[in-house]
Design a protein around this ligand. Structure first.
Ligand code: ADE
Length: 278
């Protein structure tokens, strides 16, 4: 995939990527956003970042890349620096009250957000302080028409812009990344695979099994005996019901062993369902 690198002077900081694998000059308006196939379900990812070249990153490959080319989803990146107002294109300043690092200026970030006011979906600020991403949120985001991702750098974004734009803060886990970009890419990855037409049947089935609240059972392939280790005999029996029962039992055992927190949630949910049906 050849992606022409954006020239901010030419693109006004806005960069589309879609079916023709090229970034094109465009105004930030949904009517002219991309050449995504209008006949397909279309999910619009809009990214505000200081590092637009980090996108689509790994999402240019495999199923995500194929579905980007097919127009199932579309990507637009805006360079936050293009919304700076001074000749030095300053985007950050020292923290009020002192301390280390720099903070992204509220006026610059607010101007970038205003430029995508017409773009679909919730406004998400990637931050380790946010709600921790889980499959329920991924599903909700996949059901929307898209999402706008604000990627922070340095110490983060001035709190006033987060509050006044009512941004949804989302974390991808309890650890600190050097910026929101890799978090946005991870979140986008988890959403894109749920869009209609992206995954095959097998992957959809995997999704359904995760919805039960259990981890997946272990997987095996040929040869039946490898390095002197046998794969479970039942899997070669051709007995579909018994195989399904073995997989269910294996999923339960492994969830209990690896993730007692998920296991407890699973038991609580089952108890609730049983209570309701009585
Ligand atoms: N930015 C830095 N760390 C992050 C995290 N864990 N999740 C989301 N955004 C981040």
């Amino acid at each position: 995939m050849v992606i022409r690198q954006p020239n901010p002077a030419e693109t006004n900081g806005v960069c589309d990527q879609g079916k023709d694998e090229e970034m094109t000059k465009t105004e930030p308006h949904p009517d002219r956003q991309t050449d995504a196939n209008p006949a397909l379900p279309h999910w619009q990812a809009t990214v505000l970042t200081l590092f637009p070249d980090m996108f689509p990153g790994h999402l240019a490959h495999s199923l995500a890349g194929k579905s980007l080319n097919e127009g199932i989803w579309a990507l637009k990146t805006l360079d936050i620096r293009d919304f700076a107002r001074d000749k030095h294109r300053t985007v950050d300043d020292t923290p009020l009250g002192g301390g280390v690092g720099m903070v992204l200026k509220p006026d610059v970030v607010a101007a970038a957000l205003a430029a995508v006011a017409d773009y679909p979906g919730p406004r998400i600020y990637l931050s380790p302080r946010g709600r921790v991403l889980d499959q329920a949120l991924v599903r909700d985001l996949a059901a929307a028409k898209g999402a706008v991702f604000l990627c922070g750098r340095y110490e983060g974004v001035d709190q006033r812009v987060i509050d006044s734009a009512d941004l949804m803060e989302v974390s991808i886990g309890d650890y600190i990344l050097s910026g929101g970009e890799t978090a946005a890419l991870t979140l986008m990855d988890s959403v894109i695979r749920l869009l209609p037409g992206v995954m095959g049947k097998e992957a959809s089935h995997r999704e359904e099994s995760f919805e039960t609240g259990l981890l997946e059972h272990s997987h095996y392939t040929q040869p039946r005996v490898w390095n002197g280790i046998e794969a479970p005999e039942i899997l070669a029996s051709g007995h579909h019901r018994k195989i399904a029962e073995w997989r269910q039992a294996e999923a339960e055992k492994e969830t209990q062993r690896r993730r007692p927190d998920l296991w407890q949630q699973y038991l609580d949910r089952q108890a609730l369902q049983n209570g309701k049906s009585e």
